[in-house]
Design a protein around this ligand. Sequence first.
Ligand code: 3H9
Length: 687
Amino acid sequence: MTVTIARENAIAVVTVDNPPVNALSQALRRALVEAVAELDADAAVKVVVLICAGRTFIAGADVSEFGKPPQPPHLPDVVAGIESAKKPWVAAIHGSALGGGLEVALGCAYRVAVASASLGLPEVKLGIIPGAGGTVRLPRLIGAAAAVELVAGGSPVGAKKAQALGLVDAVIDGDLRAGAIAFANEIAGKPLPQPISGRAVPAVEAGFWEGAEKAVAAKAKREAAPLRALASVRKASETDFASAMAFERETFLALRGSEQAAALRHVFFAERAAPRPPELAGVTTRDLRSAAVIGGGTMGAGIAAALRDAGLPVVLVERDDAAVERGLANIRAIFDGSVKRGRITPEVAAERMAGVTGSDDYGLLADTDLVIEAVFEDLAVKRAVFEKLSAICRPDAVLATNTSYLDPSLISEGVARPERFLGLHFFSPAHVMKLLEIVPTEATAPEVLATGFALARQLGKIPVRAGICDGFIGNRILKVTRAQAERLLLSGATPSAVDAAMRAFGLPMGPFEAQDLGGLDIAAFQRKAARERGETAFAPVAERLCAMERFGQKTGGGWYDYVPGDRAPKPSEAVAAVIAEEAAGRPQQAWDEASIIDAVILPMVNEATRILEERVALRSADIDLVKIHGYGFPRWRGGPMHYAEARGLAGVVAVLDRLASEGLAEPPCGGLRRAAEAGSFSVLAKE
Ligand code: 3H9
């Protein structure tokens, strides 16, 4: 970490260089305090410019320090020191001024930024609120309404919007350092603006706080931080600066030690580690400048849209003209949807579409860097596709299958140069869902695997390496969850009680509602395939519902009844009757919310531990990412593995042992018992 001071006549330029993101470590905080003292004492200096080296302005407090006791100098004091410095400080912002970084900028007399910069207070996304005056100074600068949006929402704004809000004083064209020095020279000797801490918050309309509270609560659901952030902005608007600062700090420190903050921090670091697995460090990747997708159904179209969103030209290959037209229409519908939601302009949509070439001619793929197959889940059909690709594509082209449950090794049999083949399992809708399971075969070359991770980065997805087994990581756990949910039905729980409990836990939907939405036929098809492979598949009630053609919402009934035009699930007497028949002779019990949650979530953890033991997943945090980004597991719980560790693995084992003794779950696997003894899953990674 370095803080250097250069002089340009009467302007001092303080440059922070603390890679990778200039986070406010203790050393940096101390160096900033020292810089204030040094420049205050220098009579030749009239204005100070604070600028950062590297890719960004100060991106916030150092999150890795949050698990430890705070060390002085504390950031609120650093910011106060800059604000009360004898010389005005000008923050010169590029990249991101986030969290503590923006708080430092709010201590400065002025803020200037390049147009590409973004500014924000993302603390709520880490389960905390700003802790160095963000909630107190921001409403004093830009008003309470805009401050609430930034603080409780956590999303950053671009420099232009920040300027419109009054958060940025000037947007600099061209070189930031030169522009900031010019700005500093302009203000030198002029009367200074009043420090933000000395200003009053402009009055809000009657009923503003009540409305804001409702809106924030509805969005936050069970996350604690957003409402606490709102409360802090309100306090800042209704009391003096010092009392508001004390309130903010107290809330910040309380949340910093909370379970939700620990979980969100765990996810923060897991997400950042995922694209760069240590076992692939130093492996070179292949450049991907063009891509093709085989198959224009829902998955293929979504994958093509994701590739276009990342700027790659895409060829979509289908078997005949009519199928090509259908595929192109599917892709167009995705971009039209993005326009409707205001995510892109009609011009951008047209440009994305113009980058897609539809054809039934594999010959167009002779020079394509990456081909992703997304045809029907049938081994013979997929093999036929790869046979053609083997003959036509460049020998170094990467060939990928998007299978969700076939064995990629079997698909790759017959592929010429199988070292360039791998599985890329996208989740539907592929242009939206962040998760990408990357599935190498025995033959996949390390550089091809590394290229899969590089592709994920290019697409803005979260990559997780998965070994080959039925369902890879995510769908293998899902199978257990569904079987477990049915077990509960056979022992006295109802579909609505199970779904309600899972929603109470924080999932967007329960297992039965989710099946009704997606269709029961898909899982039935997969169970049939599993049985043909000699495996067992436990779904006695689901099988009966499929036999009754109750496939879910699309057939007007599944686990629930539906009335036309209404997606609200209604408990079904027909389903209750099937459950009663299947449950006959089995012991029944009353199920409350907590025991349903345990009986669904903990077997999920047990299966996930087997996945770790078998090295189908390499890290428990990877499993957390799969569940969060592919299956809606609440982020603030940190994923199933973090949840289990935070709750205590010994307790998890005890509950599973009890459930197993009652015939309600599989007993804990050996790995889970060993992890419980060690108190952490990390012991399994070392075995
Ligand atoms: C806060 O400020 C609280 C205050 O209000 C209160 C104080 C009292 N700390 O994301 P990347 C690491 S809360 C430590 O891939 P990009 C990251 O782990 C904080 N480390 O880069 C990774 O490490 P590695 C509020 C951090 O260019 C490397 O930097 N601020 C931090 O795609 C690169 O990260 C935030 O929440 C950090 N704060 O994106 C901002 N940030 O190389 C969080 C990053 O070892 N950060 N690292 O894997 C971001 O949003 C992005 O990192 C950023 C750059 C947009 C800045």
